[in-house]
Structure formats: C-alpha cells, structure tokens
Write a protein that binds this ligand. Structure first.
Ligand code: SF4
Ligand code: SF4
Length: 148
C-alpha cells in the first residue's frame, strides 16, 4: 500500500469549506421554542408574534419555534468576530444540517395568512375530534343505562 493512499486529506482553506462559501445564514437569526397549540386559543399569541416584522414560526419534529431574523452583533463580514467567546449553541451547531441545505422544518408560517389558514384547518380537526369523543362518551353512558 502506498504511503500517499494512507495520508490524511489536506485541510481545506476556509474559503473552500462549506461555511467559507456561505453568507453565514445561521448567524442572521435566532429561534426560541414556543408551546405547540393544544387549544384553539393557543394561536392567539402566535398571531401577535407573526404580525411583527422579521419574524416567522416554524415546526421541526413537532417542536414549535419563533424565529427572529436579526443579525448577531459579533458577525464580522461572514465570519464570527468573537470566535473564542462564541456561545455554546454556536459551538454545537453542525454544518451537516445547516440552513444552506434548505429548510429542515416540517412547517413554516411566514405571515399571518399562512398561520390562519393552518389554524382554521387545525381548529376544524380539533372540533371533529371533540365531537367524536363526546358522542362516544354519550353512547357508552346510554349502553350502561340499558344494562341496569
Ligand atoms: S453552518 Fe451552514 S448556514 Fe452556517 S455558515 Fe456554515 S454553511 Fe452557512
Ligand atoms: S457568536 Fe459568532 S458564530 Fe455565534 S451567531 Fe454570533 S457570529 Fe455567529
């Protein structure tokens, strides 16, 4: 076996890496987890969030997030300007599942219209399930009475 075949690949200059060719998309926003809706009223706060500028809501693996598009103050060009001090979340972030590869989320609401369309379907489904549950309960109650 040749020594060359076993030699480790040369380290790429930063400009040739994936991040080197990116405009630092991941440093231009932050996202906070929010409660997933359980009741129709739970959409009210989300309606409020989303009428603000530079905000969207996305769902990833059933977890709901509020995404705020604001550039990090430490971003210097497209590079981290305080690399040694960067927060843990930046250290943990992997370029294997990054924004450059496209949206990972299952659902994204970019404006109130998209959110309300989803909410209306969600509420209709919620009401259907509730009605089904109520009629099942009523049937059970009836059959119990008959047996007495
Ligand atoms: S992790 Fe992805 S989005 Fe962030 S700078 Fe690197 S390539 Fe760009
Ligand atoms: S601290 Fe650095 S890596 Fe983290 S978001 Fe800011 S610029 Fe990006």
């Amino acid at each position: 076996m040749s020594i060359l075949a076993e030699a480790p690949p040369a380290t790429l200059p930063f400009s040739k890496t994936k991040c080197g060719g990116c405009t630092a998309l991941c440093c231009h926003y932050f996202a906070l987890e929010i409660d997933a809706p359980e009741e129709p009223d739970d959409f009210e706060n989300m309606r409020w969030y989303i009428i603000h500028e530079d905000v969207q809501i996305f769902v990833d693996d059933d977890v709901w997030y509020l995404q705020i598009f604001r550039k990090c103050q430490w971003l210097d060009g497209n590079k981290c300007g305080n690399y040694e001090n960067r927060p843990q979340i930046c250290r943990d972030y992997s370029d294997e599942l990054c924004d450059l590869d496209g949206p990972e989320s299952d659902l994204t609401f970019r404006n109130i219209e998209e959110l309300e369309t989803y909410r209306d379907e969600w509420v209709a489904d919620y009401e259907r399930k509730r009605a089904k549950k109520a009629s099942k309960k009523a049937r059970k109650k009836k059959s119990k009475k008959k047996r007495k």
